[in-house]
Design a protein around this ligand. Structure first.
Ligand code: ZN
Length: 212
């Protein structure tokens, strides 16, 4: 694979987080999840976390400048390739990311993972994640272990923003704000599209074939 700067695009519960982690592991890239990073900041009680908390509680995305601050700091500390999940979410964020990358922006590829809304809603209801490590999975995978992470033994929970009302709100925001981001990358011939229905392994084979 030649791309070492990848941004993931997709509606909530499209599986882009799972695909991003699989791709990062396969290609030796650093992985950034803006949602996870923000929740970490909130738990740590940092200034950034305090600013972000009201938005997260309301199931809304944080303002551009807050998201930018988070990702710029992270990128500046990476000396190899990376994958961004949850950024850029808006056109101004995408334009600003290109500005930060400068001449390297030509190497960037945006990967859009798509799926029907009924399938996404079903996934939201089932999704669980570990508070301690990067493990994510479904309700069925942790049921027998009473909410214990199969990977590290930490506490597994439903993501605070995973209720149906929040999902529908975020889906609407995705259509309004993030689809223009996909168009932006399409215009500059940097957009790859993958159909996200199927097992994570099936979808990942499609992802990998896009990078050959
Ligand atoms: Zn864990």
């Amino acid at each position: 694979m030649s791309a070492h700067a990848i941004v993931l695009l997709g509606p909530p519960a499209s599986g882009k987080g799972t695909q991003g982690r699989l791709l990062a592991a396969a290609e030796g890239l650093s992985y950034f999840s803006s949602g996870r990073q923000l929740r970490r900041e909130v738990r740590a009680g940092s200034q950034l976390g305090k600013s972000a908390e009201p938005y997260l509680e309301a199931g809304r995305y944080v303002p551009d400048e807050l998201a930018l601050g988070l990702v710029k700091g992270w990128i500046s500390e990476r000396h190899r390739g990376w994958i961004l999940d949850g950024f850029p979410r808006t056109l101004p964020q995408a334009v600003e990311l290109d500005r930060v990358l400068d001449s390297r922006q030509e190497e960037l590829r945006a990967l859009l993972i798509e799926g029907p809304v009924e399938e996404l809603e079903r996934r939201v209801a089932d999704r669980r994640e570990c508070r301690e490590c990067s493990w994510t999975g479904t309700r069925a995978e942790v049921e027998g272990a009473q909410g214990i992470c199969p990977s590290c033994g930490g506490m597994v929970e439903q993501r605070p923003d995973d209720d149906m009302e929040n999902f529908r709100q975020r889906f609407k925001v995705f259509e309004e704000l993030t689809l223009p981001v996909a168009s932006y990358y399409k215009q500059s011939k940097r957009l790859l599209r993958v159909w996200g229905v199927g097992s994570p392994e099936e979808v990942f084979r499609r992802v990998q074939s896009e990078f050959v």
